[in-house]
Design a protein around this ligand. Structure first.
Ligand SMILES: Cc1ncc(COP(=O)(O)O)c(C=O)c1O
Ligand SMILES: [Zn+2]
Length: 376
């Protein structure tokens, strides 16, 4: 790849683009795609809405697709009334091909793997990223090894197996699942296609920003509220928004807020500069997608929240289930508990005067309800 390098977020050194590099070889920092292209050798894809987006692919016309993206935006009038907010919009990310927003990152990462002639990928996931990777690997004939916690929802594990991926069920914490996946890919000389670390994955989630810019006619809502585990959607959205801003397509960037489950607040702690260790022995939350104790990109996410003048908000399991039911019963939208966190957070942002009635809000509804355990 001659038009990109990989830049370390810690020491800012540049590395050649290669899928076998997942962390900075000098300091172990996380990596991002750095475009070194000139106008002449820039690579772009055409999005379904007619916009063009700069990409790391060498052959952008050949990217693999299952029809991801282009998800609808709806207004939630009953949520507005309940929360005393004038305008609340939801982008239905569960309408992506595997039922969650993860397909946005996966299409780019798997397209890069195909360009690099890779035939096997290893990933660890609480379920949705694994299901997404399994689907795109099925589509392209790649072998997928998915490491998942034994406690992952049976529906997500079933989805992964149905796509034909090899599932490695691991007993222990989510962090331990990651360390087992890393051990496995190193031992077998495979490629680690981590939705957390892959710089190419994040380039795919930028599509979220390009779509909302177009859907709101380049005049975005003032606030976007994200459920954050590892931060792949909020990071991609931030990058996309900055590209749009630098290209003068939008003239302001919304506040990006981060929601975490009370039992897992590493990003909120980072925002506050709080270094206290979480002493819960076996933390659990109904929001499985954001039950992450030590996200590799927490510094990046906290910087994004601060730079965009957003806030970090934590919510309880009780609040999450209450809002999951509210959305289903009053708006006809059945989302995962992880996705319902944003409504509980919105209430807190309103109650603390961070968001006022006149301020418009957008939330991604990240995953479909049937993918997770049921709490009725
Ligand atoms: C439904 C859902 N929403 C949100 C998230 C959080 O995404 P991220 O870990 O990229 O912050 C996940 C992650 O698995 C998820 O499955
Ligand atoms: Zn480095």
């Amino acid at each position: 790849m001659t038009h990109i390098k990989l830049k370390c977020n810690e020491c800012f050194n540049l590395h050649d683009s290669d899928m076998s590099i997942v962390n900075c070889e000098l300091c172990d920092g996380t990596l991002d795609v750095e475009y070194i292209s000139t106008q002449n050798n820039q690579k772009q894809i055409n999005l379904k809405n007619g916009m063009r987006m700069i990409v790391p692919l060498n052959n952008p016309e050949k990217f693999v697709s299952l029809g991801e993206g282009n998800t609808p935006v709806l207004r939630f009038p009953r949520i507005e009334k309940e929360l005393s907010l004038d305008r609340v919009f939801g982008k239905l990310e569960f309408m992506n091909p595997t039922g969650s927003f993860k397909d946005r990152g996966t299409f780019m990462m798997v397209s890069m793997a195909l360009e690099s002639n890779i035939d096997s990928l290893v990933e660890d996931s609480s379920g949705n990223a694994g299901a997404s990777l399994s689907a795109y690997c099925a589509k392209t004939g790649l072998k997928a090894h998915i490491f998942a916690p034994e406690s992952a929802p049976v529906s997500k594990l079933g989805q992964i197996k149905t796509y034909g991926a090899e599932v490695h069920l691991i007993k222990g914490s989510r962090d331990y699942v990651t360390s087992e996946a890393k051990r496995f890919y190193k031992e077998n000389n495979y490629i680690y296609a981590s939705h957390v670390l892959s710089p190419y994955y994040v380039e795919g989630t930028k599509t979220f920003a390009y779509e909302i810019a177009n859907q709101f006619d380049y005049n975005l809502p003032e606030n976007i509220v994200f459920p954050v585990g590892n931060g792949s959607l909020i990071i991609g959205c931030w990058k996309g928004l900055n590209e749009l801003f630098n290209n003068k397509k939008i003239d302001k960037i919304p506040r990006l807020h981060c929601v975490q489950a009370e039992q897992f607040v590493p990003v909120i702690q980072e925002i506050k500069g709080d270094t206290e260790k979480n002493d819960l022995e076996n933390p659990f939350s109904v929001a499985g997608g954001i039950s992450v104790s030590s996200p590799a990109r927490k510094k990046e996410v906290s910087e994004i929240v601060k730079k965009s003048f957003g806030k970090g908000v934590s919510v309880s399991d009780e609040e999450i289930i209450e809002w999951q039911k509210f959305l289903a019963r009053r708006e006809g939208i059945f989302c995962e508990p992880t996705s319902a966190t944003v409504f509980a957070a919105l209430k807190k942002l309103f109650d603390s005067n961070e968001i006022q009635s006149k301020d418009s809000v957008l939330v991604p509804v990240t995953g479909f309800g049937l993918k997770d355990k049921l709490f009725v």
